[in-house]
Write a protein that binds this ligand. Structure first.
Ligand code: THU
Length: 130
């Protein structure tokens, strides 16, 4: 998938977001090293705490289908600010892909690309437990 196609896949997921409480849709498209793409949206809950972010929805879909080798993720929002990943999602991406490229979009289609290292410096990961 091209970068533009991956961006479009993330944007398309905005319409799948289940957001009765925040009304803040997020879409994600996660690309694996073999080119497989898993998409996700945020899924909220009346009890608030169980809400899952779009990025983690995509990661859960990928890992449960046997994919862990992530190279790129697009995160799309409709707000004025770029939709950057929350701290929990940064840590979840770190588990599998410390070198992943993170492309963040705002509602105007503007983008900025980050490395995970930029967003989560000095991070804790699986190797610390060995
Ligand atoms: N959200 C995401 O889906 N990803 C993020 O990284 C930031 C926050 C969602 C969670 C919640 O449904 C809504 O955005 C407002 O916080």
């Amino acid at each position: 998938m091209t970068r533009e196609e991956l961006k479009a896949a993330a944007v398309a997921m905005l319409d799948r977001a289940y957001i009765p409480y925040s009304h803040f849709p997020v879409g994600a498209a996660l690309e694996c090293s073999d080119g497989t793409v898993f998409t996700g949206c945020n899924i909220e809950n009346a009890s608030f705490g169980p809400t899952i972010c779009a990025e983690r929805t995509a990661v859960a879909k990928a890992v449960s289908e046997g994919h862990r080798d992530f190279v790129r993720i697009v995160i799309a929002g409709r707000s004025r600010e770029l939709c950057v990943p929350c701290g929990v999602c940064r840590q979840v991406l770190r588990e599998f892909a410390p070198n992943i490229e993170i492309i963040c979009l705002n509602g105007a289609g503007e983008e900025r690309t980050f490395t995970l290292e930029e967003l989560l410096p000095h991070s804790f990961g699986p190797e610390y437990l060995q």
